[in-house]
Design a protein around this ligand. Structure first.
Ligand SMILES: Nc1nc2c(ncn2[C@@H]2O[C@H](COP(=O)(O)OP(=O)(O)O)[C@@H](O)[C@H]2O)c(=O)[nH]1
Ligand SMILES: [Mg+2]
Length: 242
């Protein structure tokens, strides 16, 4: 039996990830010829974009979009999604550059998109699978997910996860112009919109390991934004606002 190979784009937003990309990108490309990578870099001072350009010399499956300044993770993804839609990819992944998301899990996410429209790599399905996070951060993340689930009613255990795979149709159906959230709020918003549209959402367990190199861009504002988006989504959906 011949199986149809889907063209997959792994979108990786970056800000100062020069220490991680040279190991991450080859690992993804080695997963198979259907995998391509799009780095959306926000003018990283550490020369991340230059490294990607060097890789592009010998690899046609590496793509780069450069933005002039640090504009946030959500808009970086929206830019990447538009690229994916314009260039005919069937599956679109979100993934961090810092190895918190294990690239060898990508095929597992992909496989599940045969049955589901959005597959999320979840830290909170079978217990708590987070390695090396300070307890404070873990509690915050877990509580944020509980709060999101209670208020929105969305049956997703890890709505702030940034490791996921969309079928193209999901991204096509979402009005990307309406998305302005940036941090964890962005992840919640994308999951919520897909779920509300009736798409089949599924979570697979993953282990999330805190970054070993580079620095986190997590901030207080990102947490406030996420706390607020949950109410905004809930209220908008109650009034049927798209
Ligand atoms: N393009 C872009 N990427 C970003 C921005 N903020 C974070 N990232 C990237 O998003 C991913 C997750 O960010 P990270 O700092 O590891 O967040 P944490 O895992 O929540 O601590 C990494 O690949 C970052 O380089 C941004 O403003 N613009
Ligand atoms: Mg990280």
């Amino acid at each position: 039996m011949t199986s149809i190979i889907n063209r997959c784009l792994v979108v990786i937003p970056t800000f100062n990830e020069a220490e991680n990309l040279p190991r991450l990108i080859p690992t993804i490309l080695d997963l198979g010829p259907q995998y391509e990578v799009l780095v959306v870099d926000d003018n990283s001072p550490d020369g991340t974009a230059g490294l990607v350009k060097a890789m592009q010399q010998s690899e046609r499956r590496v793509h780069l979009l450069e933005r002039p300044e640090k504009l946030g993770l959500g808009t970086a993804y929206v830019t990447g999604f538009r690229f994916a839609l314009a260039n005919g990819y069937d599956r679109v992944f979100e993934m961090d550059a810092d190895f918190s998301h294990d690239p060898t899990e990508l095929p597992n996410l992909l496989k599940k998109t045969e049955e589901f429209d959005l597959v999320i790599g979840s830290r909170y399905i079978s217990g708590v699978n987070v390695v090396n996070w300070p307890m404070r951060r873990l509690i915050l993340s877990y509580a944020a997910n509980l709060y999101t689930r209670i208020i929105t009613g969305m049956p997703v255990r890890d709505a702030t996860s940034g490791f996921k795979c969309f079928r193209r149709e999901v991204l096509q159906s979402i009005n990307l112009d309406s998305i302005h959230s940036n941090g964890y709020a962005f992840q919640i918003e994308m999951d919520f919109l897909a779920w509300k549209k009736g798409y089949r959402v599924f979570e697979i367990p993953i282990v999330f390991v805190d970054r070993r190199v580079g620095v986190s861009k997590m901030s207080k504002n990102i947490v406030y934004e996420a706390a607020w988006i949950v109410w905004r989504l809930k209220i908008k959906s109650l009034f049927g606002i798209k």
